[in-house]
Write a protein that binds this ligand. Structure first.
Ligand SMILES: C[S@@+](CC[C@H](N)C(=O)[O-])C[C@H]1O[C@@H](n2cnc3c(N)ncnc32)[C@H](O)[C@@H]1O
Length: 263
């Protein structure tokens, strides 16, 4: 069953969340530069890339600009339509394919259109933990089934438990043109659930008018917990970074970026 909040935040109110997706584009070229440096170390200079929960396509499109052939899967048609538009603007339409579907049925969604094993896989910006842990295990197992031995998986720009236990921010806001997006957060350390109220406002003169509010819940992993889940799925963690664009090491105060190899 699809979680109500997933459907509301990414499908029904894709118009609102798209603003946050667009904001991430500015750092993507550097992110991809770092990813390609890591891939160089594994002798991968080009190949086929699968972008799990691709949103409006930033990683697929920038990797296509590096010469990779990319397939992005996402549940939100509006994000994928925007991704196709952006691929045309970046001149890489011939190198990217965007597929609408539920990531929990990854093999089914991808195999209808694509038969080659993938060389590189990406799951970027907090795109896991939306369902049960068994679902994440199944998603990474399916990703492994679709990959060649030695393929590289990046779990990139992801929150982790060490960070939340030290630097938990109960509230923050983002101002984007006429919009203000407030995030009120709670963290349940026993279950490792992060609960976020996303509150979207539009500026009207001096006032803020409420547009919508969505409460999301997702599981946050530690590096060791996610690495052992990945290993069960056939992915051995070979490196972790705090920032993929600078290849800075991971610490409790950085994002979690995992590089894993298909074994
Ligand atoms: C935080 S966004 C990250 C998007 C993209 N990876 C990026 O880095 O810009 C999470 C994405 O997961 C997608 N998503 C959530 N549940 C999904 C599901 N069951 N199947 C496919 N995509 C899903 C959403 O539509 C959204 O695009």
């Amino acid at each position: 069953m699809q979680r109500d909040w997933v459907s509301k935040l990414f499908v029904e109110r894709s118009d609102l969340f798209m603003r946050l997706l667009n904001q991430r584009w500015s750092g993507t070229e550097k992110l991809v530069d770092g990813m390609t440096k890591v891939l160089d170390g594994f002798g991968i200079k080009a190949g086929h890339l699968l972008d799990l929960c691709c949103g409006n396509g930033r990683v697929s499109i920038y990797m296509a600009k590096k010469g990779f052939k990319a397939v992005g899967v996402d549940i939100s048609r509006a994000f994928l339509e925007d991704a196709e538009r952006k691929a045309r603007e970046h001149g890489v339409s011939n190198l990217v394919t965007f597929l609408e579907g539920d990531i929990r049925k990854l093999e089914e969604v991808v195999k209808t259109r694509y038969s080659r094993p993938f060389d590189v896989l990406v799951n970027a910006w907090a795109s896991l933990g939306f369902y049960e842990k068994e679902d994440d295990l199944s998603i990474f197992k399916q990703a492994r089934q679709l990959s060649r031995e030695g393929a590289i998986l990046f779990v990139a720009e992801t929150m982790h438990t060490e960070y939340l236990s030290i630097k938990f921010a109960p509230t923050s806001y983002t101002e984007l043109d006429r919009f203000v997006i407030l995030e009120n957060r709670k963290y349940e350390p026993i279950t490792s659930q992060a609960i976020t109220s996303w509150i979207f406002y539009i500026k009207r003169g001096q006032d803020l008018e409420l547009m919508d509010r969505v409460d999301s819940t997702h599981h946050v992993y530690s590096l060791s917990e996610l690495s052992s889940l990945l290993l069960k799925a056939g992915w051995e963690t070979v490196a972790s970074y705090g920032d993929l664009s600078t290849l800075q090491p991971m610490s409790p105060l950085t994002y979690m970026n995992i590089v894993a190899k298909a074994v």
